[in-house]
Design a protein around this ligand. Structure first.
Ligand code: KPL
Length: 323
């Protein structure tokens, strides 16, 4: 019989599904749906929890279609739920709601967090681990960044832009074994994953890219690549990142990319046709993550006495366009 891509692999001896973990994905946007699909195809029981009813209905009725370089895969094993639906504790909760919505999402979905649940945030910006730790044991919290590319083309259909590395690390108090097991779980699902002992460096490295790109693309409606083609935005990008770099260094962060401006430019080139997540938020009339990106640089700079005028201005401008 023809294999249906995305269905559960079975053990050849007993025909039982392989190593099933229960995974809840909080946030069924493009990235949450992609991770959910990949994890489900490795035999895990995945629950996608989101607010986009049309998207969830489509997945419930027809499955999730993931397109990559002209090839389509249909993932039929995803369970879908609305926030607050009664669900039991998961082995892993993957947090991919918008930064700033984390605490509300945790409170609304308390049932998915049990004693043994590991919680992994792959959200953009600063403050997500701390938001989780306000309600959950820090010893179970992991955080990371992902360079996977995903875009919601229409309800039930995701465009998978490429397989960038996913890096994960742990909060100070959490055990190393949780990190290794979680990395193995992601790897088994075909998600290229690395671990690090310095989660702050990881988060600041990605933050400085977002600080340079996201607000500027949202205000100018330019794609990531177009930022470099125009001297005005190319110059502003450099200013924003350099201010963030000064704050990171004053905090004692050892950035993974020693020249964060060069790195932000490289990301612009590699994702030249992308409309950044913040540009998409503004276009759809949604709240942006500016407070967790440039706004976070301003707040940290204030604490350390580092001036951040460009980041302050862009935060105020984006708030003016879309709070
Ligand atoms: O993370 C991103 C985002 O859009 O939020 C970048 C890296 C800028 C890619 O678009």
């Amino acid at each position: 019989t023809e294999a249906v891509p995305g269905t559960v692999d079975t053990c050849p001896q007993c025909l039982a599904p392989k190593a099933q973990k229960t995974i809840a994905v909080l946030g069924a946007g493009a990235m949450g749906s992609l991770f959910g699909a990949l994890l489900s195809s490795a035999g895990n029981k995945v629950h996608l929890i989101g607010r986009n009813r049309e998207h969830l209905d489509k997945i419930r009725k027809e499955g999730l279609l993931v397109e990559r370089e002209g090839e389509c895969r249909l993932y039929r094993n995803l369970q879908v739920s609305l926030p607050g639906d009664p669900l039991g504790p998961a082995d892993l909760v993957l947090v991919l709601v918008k930064a700033g919505d984390t605490q509300g999402a945790v409170l609304e979905n308390r049932g998915i967090f049990g004693k043994g649940t590991v919680v992994l945030t792959l959200q953009n910006g600063l403050g997500n681990m701390e938001d989780l730790a306000a309600f959950l044991p820090p010893s179970r919290i992991l955080a990371g960044t992902t360079a996977q590319g995903a875009r919601l083309a229409e309800p039930g259909r995701i465009l998978h832009g490429g397989d960038g590395t996913t890096w994960i690390g742990r909060m100070e108090q959490s055990e190393d074994v949780l990190l290794r097991d979680t990395a193995a779980l992601l790897e088994e699902a075909g998600i290229q994953t690395r671990t690090t002992g310095d989660v702050a460096a990881l988060l600041w490295d990605k933050l400085l890219v977002n600080v340079g790109i996201n607000g500027l693309t949202a205000l100018t409606r330019r794609t990531n690549g177009q930022l470099l083609e125009h001297p005005d935005t190319a110059d502003l990008l450099e200013h924003l990142v350099r201010e963030g770099e000064a704050v990171a260094r004053a905090k004692g962060i050892t950035l993974l990319h020693p020249d964060p401006v060069a790195y932000a430019r490289e990301v612009c080139r590699k994702t030249a046709h992308n409309r950044s997540s913040m540009l998409q938020d503004v276009e759809r009339g949604r709240t942006t993550e500016i407070d967790r990106m440039n706004g976070a640089v301003v707040r940290e700079g204030e604490i350390l006495g580092i001036p951040t005028p460009a980041n302050r201005t862009i935060t105020q401008l984006v708030r003016g366009v879309m709070p």
